[in-house]
Ligand binder design. Structure first.
Ligand SMILES: NC(=O)c1ccc[n+]([C@@H]2O[C@H](COP(=O)([O-])OP(=O)(O)OC[C@H]3O[C@@H](n4cnc5c(N)ncnc54)[C@H](OP(=O)(O)O)[C@@H]3O)[C@@H](O)[C@H]2O)c1
Length: 471
């Protein structure tokens, strides 16, 4: 059995890779946009490319029996069109390469009442299932996925943890059927080994609950008392702003999710039970307890913000074009270099930004107010980083062991910014780069020069001081 996973840097893809890499049969290949070259790592093949680059798709699908389609490009402006085209390219390439089965995970819900985001997921499923004569497609449909790092779970967690009282709009009464992240991954994994069934839609989920019950269920599991005060309005705009402010998701994701909360998302078939009798979905409370446990023990495999997103795709390579920069250079002894690397790789999250925390928090709050990520994404792991990790409102775009960390700014800015930490020839270099957009970008940089002077200088000095103090 030769298996290909697309979207292997995303929330579901990373977890499926983790699960399938323990399967003994056959080979596992990942199709990713980021890796610089095709290579084999830990027995897993990696092919680079994207679904709009047809030769790369064909190369990745050669000799593959089962191909997972776990791609979406929610952040780009014309994502519906892009996702339809991406799915069509994938289907065509699968047929051309003689792939036997496509496995796709989309969302629960009906076309008539679907949000724009869900509609796009349904369209992708329809495209992938449109050639039953040539290839079999198993189309899984899941609602809210409860697992450490999933967007829905993080929203529930932040709301319940932060707010003893919540004024709750009408959508909290909408019904849904959440799925535990582990169950979803298990269905997807077993789908590769299922006997031939022909095109099938498989709805997955556990008990029927309202969103209100999801909030109170979380509170119950973590031992918090929470009061919900209902109001009889939907307030989609206000709710989206509220979610943006109180949780790590930006406005674009909050509004897409809130739009989807208007209509019920319930299972419409029992194919999951009949085709996968060994999987007994765990309850919502168990799923919450597992997720909380993973966070507590720093075992979060992936997070909703892992995918690079379209903006990063377009901009991350333009470092050389930066017009403004702020560079701090400090001489270090060769013996200090490993600790300096460890120290800058622990930046952000609970540790903060080596001084001026109040200013960073204010910048985070401003970012939230204008619909950005703010600081609330924190870090996946307090010490270790990997390319693609989000660190507060930054994204790791380069990581060279013992040498370099490059962060790409995902905060709302009138330009493009990076922060680089580098160890080279006995020196520690910390450089902030900025590529301004128009006059607003230039003004932004000049107005902030006095603040940057203190913040960046302080950051570099405090970082090295922390190393020397052994902090
Ligand atoms: N997560 C959930 O809670 C949830 C719930 C229900 C259903 N689902 C479904 O599960 C599927 C996967 O979702 P997810 O949350 O794992 O997504 P995600 O975290 O946003 O990841 C998307 C993946 O797609 C890749 N990608 C985007 N455009 C691509 C292209 N043109 N070519 C190749 N790769 C591309 C991204 O690569 P880069 O990182 O390089 O950008 C990333 O690996 C989706 O269909 C979603 O609707 C998810």
């Amino acid at each position: 059995m030769n298996i290909l996973i697309t979207g292997a840097t995303g929330y579901i893809g990373r977890r499926l890779k983790h699960r399938l890499s323990s399967e003994k049969e056959g080979t596992l290949r990942l199709f990713m946009k980021r890796d610089k070259s095709s290579s084999v790592k830990d027995g897993i093949e990696v092919c680079t490319g994207n679904t709009f680059d047809i030769p790369s798709l064909n190369a990745a699908l050669q000799g593959i029996d089962v191909a997972y389609y776990l791609i979406h490009s929610m952040e780009s402006a014309n994502y519906r069109e892009r996702d339809r085209q991406s799915a069509q390219n994938f289907l065509d390439a699968c047929i051309m390469q003689g792939v036997k089965r496509i496995v796709y995970l989309g969302g629960l819900g009906e076309k008539q009442s679907a949000s724009e985001h869900l509609l796009s997921r349904i369209e992708v499923g329809e495209v992938l299932s449109s050639r039953p004569d040539a290839i079999e497609t198993l189309w899984f449909r899941a609602g809210v996925i409860i697992g450490s790092g999933s967007a829905s779970f993080e929203i529930i967690r932040h709301l319940v943890e932060k707010l003893p009282f919540m004024i709750t709009p009408k959508w909290v009464n909408t019904l849904c059927q959440p799925s535990a992240q582990n169950d979803v991954i298990e269905y997807l994994c077993l789908a590769a080994f299922l006997p031939k069934t022909g095109n099938t839609i498989i709805d997955i989920g556990s008990q029927v609950l309202s969103y209100k019950e999801l909030l109170l269920g979380y509170a119950n599991v973590v031992g918090l008392r929470r009061t919900l005060i209902p109001v009889p309005f939907f307030t989609p705009k206000l709710s989206s702003y509220w979610l943006t402010l109180m949780t790590p998701v930006p406005y674009s994701i909050a509004s897409a999710l809130i739009e989807g909360l208007k209509s019920e998302v319930l299972i419409k078939n029992d194919h999951a039970r009949t085709l996968f009798p060994t999987i007994i979905p765990i309850s919502y409370e168990e799923a919450v307890a597992n997720a909380v446990d993973e966070i507590k023990h720093e075992q979060v495999i992936s997070r909703w913000s892992d995918a690079s997103g379209h903006a990063w795709e377009v901009n991350h390579n333009d470092l050389a074009n930066a017009i403004f920069s702020d560079r701090q250079i400090i001489a270090i002894a060769p013996s200090e270099a490993p600790d300096v690397y460890q120290m800058f790789c622990s930046v952000g999250g609970k540790r903060g930004w080596f001084g001026f925390d109040i200013l960073w928090r204010m910048r985070g709050a401003i970012d939230k107010l204008v619909g950005g990520y703010g600081l609330s994404r924190g870090r996946r792991d307090p010490l270790h980083l990997r390319i693609g990790d989000s660190v507060d409102f930054w994204k790791v775009v380069d990581l060279q062991e013992g040498k370099r960390l490059l962060l790409f700014a995902q905060m709302k800015l009138p330009g493009i910014a990076w922060l680089e930490f580098l160890i080279q020839e006995g020196h520690f270099y910390q450089t902030a780069y900025f590529y301004p957009h128009g006059l607003a970008g230039r003004l932004y940089w000049f107005v902030l020069i006095p603040l940057h002077f203190f913040v960046f200088k302080g950051m570099a000095n405090n970082l090295i001081r922390a190393v020397r103090k052994g902090a």
